[in-house]
Design a protein around this ligand. Structure first.
Ligand code: B12
Length: 456
């Protein structure tokens, strides 16, 4: 069969946006499904909305290139563009069977079940189930509207992502990582229980975290070295550092295989504090940047979020990173439910001590599938009226309660704390300008749209 996979991730960046950091990154879910389908002799192509110019352009591509089956992936934030993409297919090629999968269909299948433009909603993982459903289709069987995907117990059995589908290599997102750059993902699931995320990941991937073997990841890195001769890489895992033995073995193998190029991973403050030696090994293996979700500088708020880290650990983790010369990309939220102005100021004072390389703040955004989302819904505090706003950003109010003018001011002050060690002056000035402008969310938003218009 000819299967067309569709990536609709244009909510924030718009059409003609296949460039820059996030914009150039591959979608691993679709990449892996493509390999799984090709292994079963299906023909696969991709329509990446980021590569197109408009919905008219999309319609003509659908007319020319669409297969008998369409497979659309979808995060909650991309609901509108994903559904529009499906509706256009229905209109232009009504005989095409339309499957949807990914985080949103896994978490909120009932929303898609009622969409006429969708034939089948696959919940959870699909490298076994999607090809099996296509077999059923070929055999003339009726496909149910909602199907639970079968989980792979051993992730080494999942094929590596088909990168030929995308524009690969990808683009680095910080100046000190040199292209060619590639991204990988080693695990599925997250053992932590933060209420702004969970149980979404448990719904998608189950309770236990499954991780590819070190040999399997090293094998993919070697393959990527042969294919792209990459100079830097990132592991997208929610928390790559939670399995100490795995990490130590990984660092040893990276060095043994000469794969110790500059790389980035996400981690947590408590893990960094409890594993100084492991952090040093990661540094020696090439780690240049830790992305850390500090979230808040208030112990009360951190407890409320079920984060499992304290303010003291946040600051200590930053000290450890500084000692080892590892830069920090600090994620944090302002405007959380129940948060007071004093607690917001505690986040600001914590960041003064952390002195991150880059500050990545967001107004707290309720994400479907999280306990905090449900709590906010019950309290009737959500201000989000479109799926497009299920994105962490800092220019639109998300919930009732916070004083967003105050938050924008603190946000701007916090962004100005970023150190940008070693960054060329012109780039640093641009960042400083962005930090100032963040104080006026409407201006920030306006400039963002002007930039979009100019560069598209
Ligand atoms: C990498 C990543 C990103 C990358 C995405 C790069 C890209 N071009 O795709 C970046 C950093 C850009 C990103 C951004 C965002 N992300 Co993100 N991201 C992830 C992360 C860490 C890994 C995704 C991944 O590769 N997983 C592994 C693959 C194998 O799993 P998968 O994609 O789910 O695919 C499997 C199944 O879902 C299924 N499947 C997927 N698609 C399809 C399609 C069909 C037809 C079928 C049948 C099956 C199917 O089969 C696949 C194989 O089993 C996940 C967390 C996680 N661990 O998954 C968060 C996650 C997906 N992101 C999330 C969020 C919230 C965001 C942002 C909104 C954050 C923000 N900035 O506000 C943005 C939105 C970006 C956008 N679309 O505009 C949430 C989504 C929650 C939700 N309700 O939608 C997640 C789950 C994190 C979380 N726990 O909250 N993200």
């Amino acid at each position: 069969m000819k299967v067309t996979l569709i990536y609709p991730g244009i909510t924030d960046c718009g059409f003609n946006s296949l460039k820059g950091n996030e914009g150039s990154w591959i979608n691993h879910g679709l990449g892996i499904l493509s390999s799984a389908l090709k292994n079963k002799n299906h023909h696969v192509n991709l329509i990446d909305l980021r590569r197109l110019m408009s919905w008219e352009h999309y319609s003509s591509v659908v007319e020319d290139e669409l297969g008998e089956v369409a497979g659309i992936t979808m995060m909650s934030v991309d609901y509108n563009s994903a559904v529009k993409a499906a509706e256009i297919i229905r209109k232009v090629k009504p005989e095409t069977k339309i499957f949807v999968g990914g985080p949103h269909p896994s978490i909120c299948p009932e929303q898609l079940e009622t969409e006429d433009c969708v034939d089948c909603v696959v919940k959870g993982e699909a490298e076994i189930t999607f090809p099996a459903l296509l077999d059923d289709l070929a055999n003339g069987e009726k496909i149910p509207k909602v199907v639970q995907g079968q989980r792979l117990e051993n992730l080494d059995e999942a094929p590596w992502a088909d990168r030929d589908l995308f524009t690969c290599p990808e683009e680095p997102f910080v100046y000190f990582l040199k292209p060619p750059f590639v991204t990988l993902i080693a695990a599925r699931g997250c053992k932590y229980n933060c209420n702004f995320c969970q149980p979404a990941e448990r719904i998608m991937f189950g309770r236990a975290v499954r991780r590819r073997s070190v040999a399997n990841i090293i094998g993919e890195l070697k393959y990527l070295r042969d294919k792209y001769d990459f100079n830097s890489f990132m592991l997208h895992d929610d928390c790559l550092t939670e399995d100490r033995d795995w990490v130590i073995d990984f660092c040893k193998q990276l060095k043994a295989e000469g794969l110790n190029k500059p790389f980035v991973v996400q981690s947590r403050a408590d893990i960094i504090c409890k594993n100084r030696d492991m952090v040093e090994m990661l540094r020696d293996a090439g780690l240049k940047l830790f992305i850390i979700g500090f979230e808040s500088g208030s112990d009360r708020v951190l407890k409320f979020l079920r984060k499992g880290c304290t303010r003291r650990q946040n600051i200590e983790a930053a000290d450890i990173c500084r000692q080892f010369g590892i830069k920090i990309w600090a994620n944090y939220m302002l405007g959380l439910p129940t948060e007071t102005k004093e607690e917001v100021l505690e986040t600001l004072s914590m960041l003064k001590e952390i002195r991150p390389y880059h500050c990545s703040p967001a107004f707290y955004t309720p994400h479907p599938g999280s306990d905090l989302f449900e709590m906010g819904r019950e309290m009737g505090i959500h201000l989000i009226t479109s799926h497009n706003s299920y994105r962490r950003n800092s220019y639109e109010p998300k919930i009732k309660g916070p004083d967003y003018k105050f938050l924008a001011n603190i946000l701007s002050k916090s962004m100005a704390l970023a150190q940008y060690q070693g960054m060329p002056l012109s780039l640093r000035l641009k960042k400083k300008f962005q930090a100032r402008i963040a104080r006026w969310p409407m201006v920030y938003r306006f400039l963002k749209s002007v930039r979009k218009i100019i560069f598209q």
